[in-house]
Write a protein that binds this ligand. Structure first.
Ligand code: SAH
Ligand code: SF4
Length: 352
């Protein structure tokens, strides 16, 4: 059996330089090869400004991507596209492209599965698979940028809100952010990249020291430890008060307002008491609350609140002095909450 060739983007920029130097190629070839590779070329022969001999050598040595698309679902009249990719070794991850009038956003995965295990989340229901390498994260963005380019659109924003807890895979996530923002690659400004975490305190502190101006989103979902211990089990290790202190430290260190995510679960975290507790926790701080209606997941005890109770909860927060937005529920039909397409395909595989 022939060994599988490595993916071109599995090389760091320095490794690619070394590979090219070993073939007596001038240093500027790197820029050309990276431009083609991150523009989503499907064959090395597309690299027109690269000499034939070098294209053949690249072809003999590398694959252009390690990701295999195995399922796709569209929703919102074509505005949302979710793709399930198989990674080397067989695990699968999802990436969701969302098209808006002024931007195109990719929701990206950092792990196959997630070890945090929040009980309302489809990703947490499966056994943890593995961490993604930086290039596997970057390749999701490359594939999505290509999909959008075919429609005359540009991938402008990336949110780490797909499968996995980015801060359990910190080094690869930070490497992937640096790669995606590299002007020789996709060139997406870090300011347009959101990293969402369930609250891994030491890594939030580390991020503050990276000098990387990404937006930090913290998945809060509850403003008292007793409830958050259940909804976001990592809270037992990293409790609320310390979490808010460190997240706001990030805001101070970077001058960037922190976003707090709140998945609304009927009768669980949408009551007057929850609004009051959340207000007490965040009032007067440079913070922003993002309310997300729960996207129903099979075999969980949770339900989405009615539109009226979502509006009421929102108004309570506004009256309490908080900045609040209501995130649109993009891609409900596309199984868009993280892990849902994966769940459906896995169930089909099991029953096939
Ligand atoms: N692990 C990270 C990032 C991935 S999850 C985190 O938890 O922040 C991204 C967001 O999707 C989180 O805010 C998460 O709580 C939310 N989410 C998970 N399952 C959901 C569901 N079924 N409906 C709506 N949002 C969900
Ligand atoms: Fe993991 Fe985030 Fe899902 Fe919780 S919500 S299980 S942290 S992916």
């Amino acid at each position: 059996m022939t060994a599988v060739k490595p993916a071109l983007l599995s090389l760091s920029t320095a490794e690619l330089d070394a590979w090219l130097a070993g073939r007596d190629a001038p240093p500027y070839r790197r820029k050309q090869v990276l431009a083609w590779a991150t523009r989503g070329s499907t064959t090395f022969q597309h690299m027109r400004d690269v000499p034939r001999v070098l294209r053949d050598e690249l072809d003999a040595s590398f694959r252009l991507s390690s990701l295999q698309p195995i399922a796709r679902s569209d929703a919102d009249r074509g505005l949302t596209t979710k793709t399930l990719y198989e990674l080397d070794g067989g695990h699968t991850v999802e990436a969701v492209v969302m098209r808006y009038s002024d931007r195109s956003t990719l929701c990206i995965s950092s792990q196959a599965g997630c070890p945090v295990g929040c009980p309302f989340c489809a990703t947490g229901k499966f056994p943890f698979g593995r961490n993604l390498a930086a290039h596997e994260i970057e390749e999701q963005a490359v594939a999505s940028a290509r999909l959008l380019a075919d429609e005359g659109r540009r991938l402008s924003h990336v949110v780490f809100m797909g499968m996995g807890e980015p801060f359990v895979n910190y080094d690869a996530v930070i490497d992937s952010v640096r790669r995606m923002s590299d002007p020789e690659r996709l060139g997406i400004s870090p300011r347009r990249i959101v990293v969402s975490t369930s609250g891994v305190i030491p890594r939030i502190e580390q991020l503050a020291s990276e000098k990387l101006p990404v937006t930090l989103a913290v998945s809060l979902h509850a403003a008292r430890d007793e409830l958050r211990n259940v909804l976001v089990p990592i809270n037992r290790k990293y409790p609320l008060k310390e979490l808010i202190g460190v997240a706001q430290g990030y805001a101070e260190a970077t001058g960037r307002r922190v976003s707090y995510e709140w998945v609304m679960l009927a009768g669980v975290n949408d009551t007057a008491r929850d609004a009051k507790e959340l207000g007490a926790l965040l009032k007067g701080r440079p913070a922003h609350v993002n309310l997300i209606a729960f996207n129903p997941v099979d075999d969980t005890p949770y339900e989405a609140p009615s539109r009226a109770s979502i509006r009421e909860f929102r108004q309570r927060l506004v009256d309490g002095g908080l900045n609040v937005t209501l995130r649109d529920t993009r891609g409900r039909e596309a199984d868009a909450a993280c892990g849902q397409l994966h769940e459906r395909v896995m169930k089909q595989r099991v029953s096939a």
